[in-house]
Ligand binder design. Structure first.
Ligand SMILES: Nc1ncnc2c1ncn2[C@@H]1O[C@H](COP(=O)(O)OP(=O)(O)O)[C@@H](O)[C@H]1O
Ligand SMILES: [Mg+2]
Length: 259
């Protein structure tokens, strides 16, 4: 059971100590990491994924429930509580989607075979291009692959910590992902340039020059702004899907209510 993940400060790119005492992340929390390209966002979530112990370029250390994670947790993929999905994540195996999930479910000792279709159904909530159980995982599009892996991380991997590195413009419905994950008691961390994701998450970590320079909690004005932005984003999403499906855009479509 993860009650808290603690990040202890490391060094910025110039070798100066980061200016925070410790950064705690709790189950049920949605977190975004923002900052310019090269500011160390991927390095920070990699530290979490590796459960760094001063042995990465940042020299950070990461604790689980206040203590040092043992080697079993750090190095055994079956006990690893963390799933990381990036834009480059691909499945390299000559299996169908169904077989791929079956093997993972078996390795996690899940007997109930319904989990396979549940995972595919969940993945299909995250993508407009429907995934079929017989499709080989190697021919899934980028958006389908990420949707499948997120659904797999939620249901089969049951990972309590999910790290997503700049997946926004990658053919997935991020609002659905946030909505579903919010209702599980997971820690989800988005590295993002997307204003909707940044404003939907409750905590925002700001990076500069390889260091965490601020941690902000969503304020009330941002919560309201997020709602407006969300509606706009849904509208854009709907138009995108209609255009993709070869439809014409009509005035009714522009006035669909998302409230
Ligand atoms: N604190 C740090 N100390 C030393 N090198 C760092 C630090 N943070 C990031 N880097 C290095 O800087 C480069 C850019 O960082 P990266 O995490 O990829 O940035 P971003 O994901 O924000 O674009 C990488 O090579 C990374 O290893
Ligand atoms: Mg990056």
């Amino acid at each position: 059971m993860i009650k808290v993940i603690t990040i202890l400060p490391g060094l910025d790119k110039g070798g100066n100590r980061e200016q925070f005492d410790q950064l705690n992340l709790y189950p049920g929390e949605t977190v975004s990491i923002v900052g310019p390209t090269g500011s160390g966002k991927t390095a920070l979530i990699s530290d979490i994924e590796l459960l760094a112990q001063g042995d990465t370029s940042t020299k950070r250390r990461v604790l689980i429930n206040g203590t040092l994670p043992g080697d079993e947790i750090r190095y055994n993929p079956a006990s690893k509580p963390i799933s990381m999905i990036t834009q480059n994540t691909k499945c390299f195996t000559d299996l169908s989607t169904e077989e791929f999930l079956q093997i993972h479910a078996r390795s996690r000792k899940i007997e109930d075979r319904r989990i396979i279709m549940e995972t595919i159904d969940l993945a299909n909530k995250f993508t407009g291009e429907k995934i079929n159980k017989d499709t080989k995982v190697t021919v899934l599009s980028g958006g389908q692959t990420r949707s499948l892996l997120i659904a797999d991380a939620i249901l089969i991997g049951a990972a309590p910590v999910i790290l997503l590195d700049e997946i926004e413009n990658a053919g997935i419905f991020k609002q659905e992902v946030i909505e579903i994950i919010k209702n599980t008691s997971k820690i989800i961390i988005f590295v993002t340039h997307d204003p909707v994701i940044a404003l939907l998450t409750k905590k925002r970590i700001i990076m500069e020059n390889g260091a965490v320079i601020r941690v902000l909690n969503q304020n009330e004005f941002e919560t309201r702004t997020a709602e407006n932005l969300l509606e706009l984003d849904k509208r854009v999403g709907l138009i995108r899907e209609k255009l993709r499906a070869g439809h014409e855009i009509t005035s009714e479509l522009l006035h669909v209510s998302f409230a």
